[in-house]
Design a protein around this ligand. Structure first.
Ligand code: ACO
Length: 312
């Protein structure tokens, strides 16, 4: 039996009226959002690391500038998202501590290594491409601050996707055989993990039902995964590459691509902290926080001194 408050809340959701920070909301709605938005923010921040690995080895000055700009955008996305999360009463430092203790999740994709320059193209094209499909849907999420953050983030993500694709296109059109092989190798490694970004099958997704009813999610995991595959395969063909899936095939009757089964055991191992780079990623984040402690401390002391000066 719903309370009057809960009924009024659900009516607002059904009428597509956004929920704002000061509005009444069920505690479980608040908790779900804090979980999803913090996970999303952590993903943006941890997601800087695989690309950071290539800043010093970018092939040209322009590529280096592009890559740095993109990585800085990801930092910005993390900051908008932590701010959106704080409007729900969560504390940023607490959530970051929980991340560093390994208690909360961030996107599985960022636990894979970046082994060659083509990976910078593939991450922009496939990984940010998958992120966009998910985030375009989230622009219509029911919580106002999250929805508005997504609108801004999506504009920047589309730039990331294009710069990634352009890296690959250049390698495929102007590159040596070795460089072309690098592109295919990179796609082979990132294809399946990109599909895993959308989460488990709907039938195995504990949160989808309630999150759809609250319109936190506007499409299910499987719907978005299919949309991503359908829009990506023509781009793959234009590149002249393939994906490592013998079952991938256009299905005329469905009007969609059929595809093979994802290795869910690998997905759950990565979620448990056992992916190729999980430990390294968390260690790097923790070190960055520890090594920056003196800067934060100095800034606080300086701010206090300035304040005292003004009071004199
Ligand atoms: N990586 C890590 N964890 C995942 C992933 C993934 N790819 N997919 C699902 N999970 C987790 C969920 O967070 C949930 O964990 P929890 O119960 O411990 O909190 C669990 O697996 C079960 O999954 P679902 O029931 O499907 O969870 P949910 O309804 O939250 O859907 C989804 C998962 C689609 C990722 C959703 O949270 C979402 O849309 N998040 C916002 C987008 C986002 O985080 N993007 C980050 C990557 S893109 C980027 O940053 C560039």
């Amino acid at each position: 039996e719903m309370s009057a408050e809960e009924r009024a809340f659900q009516e607002k959701i059904d009428a597509e009226i956004k929920i704002e920070a000061k509005n009444w909301m069920p505690e479980a709605y608040r908790r779900t959002l804090i979980r999803q938005i913090s996970q999303h923010a952590h993903s943006e921040i941890v997601g800087m690391l695989p690309e950071g690995n290539w800043v010093t080895r970018a092939p040209t000055f322009k590529r280096k500038l592009q890559l740095m700009a993109k990585i800085q955008d990801e930092a910005g996305h993390g900051l908008y998202l932590y701010s959106a999360m704080e409007t729900l009463g969560a504390d940023r430092d607490d959530e970051i501590e929980r991340l560093h203790r390994g208690e909360v999740k961030y996107s599985s994709i960022f636990n894979y290594p970046t082994l060659n320059w083509a990976d910078m193209g593939t991450i922009g094209w496939l990984v940010d491409g998958a992120a966009i499909v998910n985030q375009v849907a989230l622009q219509r999420t029911s919580y106002g601050p999250y929805s508005r953050a997504m609108i801004r983030i999506c504009k920047e993500e589309s730039f990331h996707q294009r710069q990634g694709y352009e890296i690959l296109l250049t390698m495929m059109r102007e590159g040596t055989d070795e460089q072309k092989a690098m592109v295919q190798d990179s796609i082979n490694r990132f294809w399946w993990p990109s599909l895993m970004m959308f989460g488990p099958h709907d039938s195995d997704s504990p949160h989808t039902g309630q999150s759809m009813a609250w319109k936190i999610k506007r499409h299910t995991n499987d719907e978005l995964r299919q949309r991503f595959i359908d829009q990506t395969i023509p781009q793959l063909e234009f590149l002249g590459c393939t994906v490592p899936d013998p079952d991938l095939k256009w299905n005329e009757a469905r009007g969609h691509y059929d595809f093979g089964e994802i290795q869910w055991e690998e997905f759950y191992q990565v979620l448990k902290g056992n992916g190729p780079c999980n430990r390294e990623r968390l260690r790097t984040r923790k070190n960055a926080l520890d090594e920056g402690a003196w800067v934060r401390e100095a800034a606080m002391v300086y701010a206090k001194k300035q304040q005292q000066k003004q009071q004199q």
